[in-house]
Design a protein around this ligand. Structure first.
Ligand code: TMP
Length: 217
């Protein structure tokens, strides 16, 4: 079954995006779709190098503008070398974060301003955008607690943003809620409270109409 749908997953720390992406990948594969799973920052060889610079080290290692320029440098590479070719092959692309993360983390959390981030987005990517963005939502405190447990288990050192204060993380959540209000067609809010299976079912309710649409076309 042909795909061509690009879905991004968004949300603050510890919302369970990676688990939900794996479950959606399994479900789509089960109905005959070919699925490419990817992530940001990263997703291509060069962008993975940039990821390491972004997610490790001191919290004040970069200014918000430097962070935004770094993520967009990686994002252009990721889009041109990985996402667009996969879409062209007729695959579904599921990305763990995309440009809305830059609006939330650098634009709002880092106080760079939403307009500046959207301007960079248009300069770097034109009107290329996900077909659907699923925003997984939980209170910031709960997400940080979940992310802390995950980091302690994996000891990846990729916790530079998790170590920024609680106010920053509360502002991220609000920025995602605002994005869902501003872009209701593309951005769908999904409660990440409850069991993994319950959240997966909420996600499937959003995605299954796309599967039906593709089967009918
Ligand atoms: P992850 O923990 O979801 O893999 O994301 C890594 C971190 O990178 C996360 O703390 C959010 C941050 N980030 C930004 O600050 N700006 C961006 O544009 C992206 C994609 C991620």
């Amino acid at each position: 079954m042909r795909g061509n749908f690009f879905i991004s997953f968004e949300g603050g720390e510890g919302t369970g995006k990676s688990t939900q992406i794996r479950l959606l990948q399994d479900r789509l594969s089960g109905v005959g779709c070919t699925v490419k799973v990817t992530r940001e920052p990263g997703g291509s060889e060069g962008a993975e190098d940039i990821r390491t610079m972004l997610v490790t080290g001191d919290t004040d290692r970069w200014t918000p503008m430097s962070e935004a320029l770094l993520v967009f440098a990686g994002r252009v590479d990721h889009v041109e070398r990985v996402i667009k070719p996969a879409l062209k092959r007729g695959e579904w692309v599921l990305s763990d974060r995309f440009f809305d993360s830059t609006v939330a983390y650098q634009g709002v959390g880092g106080k760079l301003g939403v307009d500046k981030v959207r301007a960079l987005q248009h300069l770097a990517l034109g009107d290329f955008a996900p077909d659907l963005t699923l925003v997984l939502d939980i209170p910031a405190e709960e997400g940080l607690a979940r992310a802390g447990v995950r980091e302690a288990d994996s000891n990846s050192g990729e916790d530079r943003f998790e170590r920024v204060g609680d106010d920053y993380h509360r502002s991220l959540r609000q920025s995602y809620l605002d994005m869902c209000d501003e872009h209701p067609e593309r951005c769908k809010l999904v409660s990440a409270l409850g069991t993994v299976e319950e959240v997966a079912e909420r996600i499937w309710q959003q995605v299954s109409p796309l599967v039906i649409k593709r089967e009918c076309s």
